[in-house]
Design a protein around this ligand. Structure first.
Ligand code: 0O2
Length: 267
C-alpha cells in the first residue's frame, strides 16, 4: 500500500477531525458570547500518522480489511477542561448529539479507574458521518476528555514512553505514579474552590465586556464630534475603573449608550 492509498484512505478522517474541532471550538465561543462559563477549555485534533497506524497493525496483527473498525483512534479529538466536573458536562453535550452527528459506541472511563500507569482521562468512541467527494461515510472517532492537569501529566508520560520505547525504567514509573497522585490532588483542590474560581472568571468576563463597550462608545462620541462629552465620560470612567465599581460602570454604560443613540438620531 503506497502513499497514494494512505492519502486517500485518510481523507475522511482529516475531514472529520477538522469538522469536530470546529464544532467544539464554536460551542466554547457560544458560551463566552452568552456570558456563561464554558466546560470546554480547549480542543485539539489529530489524524494518526501512517507510521503509527502501521505500528498498531503489526502490534495487534490487525486484518487490513477490518482496519477502519479495529483501530478506533485514527481520528482523535482531545478536549481539555478546567475542572473534573466539566468532563461530565462535555460528555453530556456529546450524548445530546445522538442521532444528529455523534453516536457514542464505546466508553472507556479512565477517570474512575485510572490505568496502572496513572493515566486518567474519559474516552468516548463515536460514529461520525462525513460527506466527501466519494460520498457519505460513517467513521469512528476517539474523543479524549481530561482536565488541564491530567493533560500535562499525559503529555510528559507519553513523551517518556516514546523515549524509552514503552519500557520506562521502574524508578521513573514510580515517580510518574507519584506525579499522577499529585495531579489528582490538584484537581480535587481546584474542584473544591470551583464555585469561587468560576464566579471570579464570570466577574472578569463582565468587567472586560463592560470596559470594551464603554470605551467603544467614548470613541464613538469623539468620532461624532462631541469631544467635550467624550472627555467628561472618560474622567468618570477612569475614576469608576480605579474604584472597581462594577454597578456604577454598568450604569455608565447605559448612560453612554443612550447618549450615543440620541446624538446619532439627531445627525
Ligand atoms: P497516541 O499517540 O496518542 O495516538 P490502544 O489504542 O491499543 O493503545 P486501547 O486500550 O485500545 O489501547 O485504547 P486506550 O487505552 O483507550 O488508548 C488509546 C489512547 O489513549 C492512546 O493512544 C493514548 O493517546 C491514550 N492513552 C492510553 N493509555 C495511556 C497512558 O498510559 N499514558 C498516556 N500518556 N496516554 C495513554 P496511542 O495510540 O497509545 O497514542
Amino acid at each position: 500500500m503506497g502513499t497514494k492509498y494512505w492519502q486517500e484512505f485518510l481523507i475522511p478522517y482529516h475531514q472529520a477531525v477538522d469538522e469536530i474541532v470546529l464544532k467544539f471550538t464554536s460551542l466554547k465561543e457560544q458560551y463566552e458570547k452568552i456570558g456563561e462559563y464554558s466546560p470546554i477549555e480547549s480542543v485539539y485534533g489529530r489524524v494518526k500518522s501512517v507510521a503509527s497506524i502501521l505500528e498498531k497493525i503489526n502490534k495487534y496483527g490487525v486484518d487490513i480489511e477490518a482496519l477502519e473498525e479495529t483501530i478506533q483512534d485514527i481520528a482523535g479529538i482531545r478536549i481539555m477542561c478546567q475542572f473534573e466536573e466539566d468532563i461530565y458536562e462535555v460528555v453530556e453535550l456529546i450524548r445530546k448529539r445522538t442521532n444528529c452527528d455523534m453516536d457514542v459506541v464505546k466508553v472507556k472511563d479512565y477517570l474512575n479507574e485510572a490505568k496502572p500507569s496513572g493515566y486518567k482521562s474519559y474516552h468516548l468512541i463515536i460514529r461520525y458521518p462525513v460527506f466527501c467527494v466519494s460520498g457519505k461515510q460513517s467513521i469512528l472517532v476517539e474523543i479524549q476528555i481530561r482536565t488541564l492537569a491530567m493533560n500535562f501529566w499525559s503529555i510528559i508520560e507519553h513523551s517518556l514512553n516514546y523515549k524509552y520505547k514503552e519500557n520506562i525504567p521502574e524508578a521513573i514509573k514510580m515517580r510518574l505514579i507519584n506525579a499522577a497522585n499529585a495531579v489528582n490532588e490538584v484537581d480535587r483542590e481546584m474542584s473544591s474552590i470551583r464555585e469561587e474560581i468560576q464566579s471570579a472568571q464570570r466577574l472578569f468576563g463582565i468587567k472586560s465586556s463592560l470596559v470594551t463597550s464603554i470605551l467603544d462608545n467614548i470613541g464613538h462620541l469623539y468620532k461624532l464630534n462631541h469631544g467635550d462629552k467624550a472627555s467628561h465620560y472618560e474622567k468618570i470612567f477612569d475614576d469608576l475603573f480605579a474604584q472597581e465599581d462594577i454597578i456604577q460602570l454598568i450604569l455608565l454604560r447605559k448612560e453612554l449608550e443612550s447618549e450615543v443613540n440620541k446624538i446619532e438620531a439627531e445627525v
